[in-house]
Design a protein around this ligand. Structure first.
Ligand SMILES: [Zn+2]
Length: 286
């Protein structure tokens, strides 16, 4: 499995004009296992976002599309920007074949093809990149350009310095997942949950916020479920971190999300979806 790096593609670099925030959700089985307890709480999240008047981009695992067709159709009808995540989180990443199966499932459900994609665990492989091009995807949001950790993060860390987003081979837009630009640490809901309110706020001050802010969340970051104790898919080290993030906390982090939305608005961020952003920027990026 070769992760896509900057030697594999031609890269154009772009900036957004204004502070732009996108809430994105990887809608997948709880902790990548076999339970869907947190996923089934999606309508609660959508209700909160509706009351805050904030749109969302959802990357759905194909298993979720198959299991919750009504909930997904309803979300799409409510205006959710629905795109594709991996086929099955229990496997280590998509193959061209599994991605094509997901496209078919998506198409059967919503009657159109997806425009955007997010790879599992921020691991965009060279093979999947090729398949995204072959299948006419318009954009991707898989790269987390942090200084350590996931996928090809480090490869892309330097590249993203001072740049908001990319276009690869003049074809596919890449909207990277948010990090704190001064310290290259991910700015995602799971990190916020581990840090808690005041340290997280301090990190925003010290680490800064990117002008294009693609915030990543999972339902299991938002809702506590018993699978945190029972899921076989969580490695022990990660389980300790997840447990820490829920220690002495209620059963959900919706109020933290609401505060974040308020905070970003106060800083002048305008909320949009990734598909809307794509349609806006492609007109200008000659
Ligand atoms: Zn995922």
């Amino acid at each position: 499995m070769t992760l896509l790096n900057k030697g594999h593609v031609s890269i154009e670099r772009f900036h957004v004009d204004n502070r732009t925030a996108i809430l994105s959700l990887d809608l997948e089985a709880d902790y990548g296992g076999d339970d869907f307890e947190a996923v089934s709480q999606l309508p609660v999240l959508l209700k909160l976002l509706e009351s805050e008047n904030v749109p969302i981009t959802i990357f759905a695992e194909a298993r979720v599309l198959k299991r919750f067709p009504e909930m997904i159709r309803h979300a799409k009808n409510q205006g959710v920007d629905l795109q594709l995540h991996c086929f099955d989180h229990r496997q280590t990443g998509d193959t061209s074949q599994s991605l094509r199966k997901s496209i078919q499932i998506y198409q059967d459900l919503v009657g159109a093809r997806p425009n955007g994609y997010r790879a599992d665990t921020f691991r965009l492989t060279k093979q999947i990149y090729k398949t995204l091009i072959d299948e006419n995807f318009l954009w991707d949001s898989s790269i987390l350009p942090a200084a350590f950790g996931f996928g090809a993060s480090r490869e892309w860390c330097k590249e993203s310095s001072g740049n908001d987003y990319f276009r690869f081979d003049k074809k596919l837009y890449e909207f990277p997942v948010a990090i704190h630009p001064n310290i290259k640490i991910p700015f995602t809901h799971s990190y916020q949950a581990i840090l808690r309110k005041y340290p997280a706020y301090l990190l925003q001050i010290l680490g800064g916020l990117p002008k294009l802010l693609v915030y990543d969340m999972h339902m299991s970051d938002l809702v506590w479920t018993k699978s945190i104790n029972t899921s076989q898919s969580i490695p022990d080290s990660a389980r300790a971190l997840y447990k820490l993030s829920w220690f002495m906390r209620g059963k959900n982090t919706f109020s933290e999300l609401a505060s974040l939305i308020k905070n970003l608005r106060n800083r002048g961020y305008i909320f949009t979806t990734l598909d809307e952003l794509y349609h806006k920027v492609k007109i200008n990026d000659k």
